[in-house]
Design a binder for this molecule. Structure first.
Ligand code: HEM
Length: 144
């Protein structure tokens, strides 16, 4: 793999990423999130799944992203656009918190690659959550 290439499932496996490690970082991260002042309340007050369901779903999600297992069949965008009170700073905090768990549970080789995926997904979620076409339209003077 060249440094610019997107790692394949095999590349991630060679970096020590398997289902056991994925479950480890998912449990570690959501254990922190559970008691986090900024992120915790979204899960306690607005989550439709149970914690166990959410954890299983997140293991499947990261398995699909990193190991291309196709295990995840959820819908991340509506799960976040429905949340009330979300701020862009929450996403930055999510990423910093997630990085700590990734560094704690994964090989140092895998860390930047997993974080790159997390940043890309966080960016796309933020686009869906915060994009306001009516504001864009008026700023660009598209309305008459
Ligand atoms: C401000 C940051 C974030 C908050 C507060 C947040 C909160 C939540 C909550 C409360 C749920 C449960 C929704 C429900 O079951 O009703 C959820 C689901 C989920 N989140 Fe996040 N999230 C954040 C960022 C992210 C990021 C950056 C990712 C991926 C890198 C992510 C991936 C997911 C996925 C895959 C689900 C499951 C979606 C489904 O049910 O199909 N989240 N999130």
């Amino acid at each position: 793999m060249t440094s610019a290439a997107d790692p394949t499932a095999e590349d991630f496996a060679n970096m020590g990423i398997d289902e056991v490690v994925i479950r480890k970082f998912v449990l570690h991260f959501y254990d922190v999130v559970h008691d986090d002042e900024i992120l915790g309340h979204y899960f306690h007050n607005q989550m439709s799944a149970t914690w166990d369901e959410h954890l299983d779903k997140m293991c499947n999600f990261w398995s699909a992203i990193l190991l291309k297992t196709h295990r995840f069949n959820g819908r991340p965008m509506p799960a976040h656009t429905k949340l009330t009170g979300l701020q862009q700073s929450d996403f930055l905090h999510w990423l910093k918190t997630f990085e700590k768990s990734i560094k704690h549970c994964c090989t140092s080789e895998a860390v930047p690659h997993i974080m790159k995926k997390a940043h890309m997904i966080a960016n796309s979620l933020q686009y869906g959550v915060f994009y306001k076409p009516e504001i864009m339209g008026s700023k660009l003077n598209l309305k008459n």
